[in-house]
Design a binder for this molecule. Structure first.
Ligand SMILES: [Zn+2]
Length: 56
């Protein structure tokens, strides 16, 4: 998971990642996919996928 390096202190990223891990543990693939999509969307919106939180 290379995206893990962006904004390691962000609670939203953290929550979505642990949610994904949780979902995969119980083989809930649709929920895991959901978390991944939400994480990417959140990172693009809030971190611009660069690791710089709220750069603007
Ligand atoms: Zn974040």
């Amino acid at each position: 998971m290379p995206e893990c390096q962006t904004a390691p202190m962000c609670p939203t990223c953290d929550g979505l990642r642990s949610g994904e891990r949780d979902a995969e543990r119980v083989r809930d693939h649709s929920r895991a996919t959901d978390c991944r999509v939400l994480l990417r969307r959140h990172q693009e919106a809030d971190h611009q996928a660069t690791g710089a939180p709220a750069a603007v």
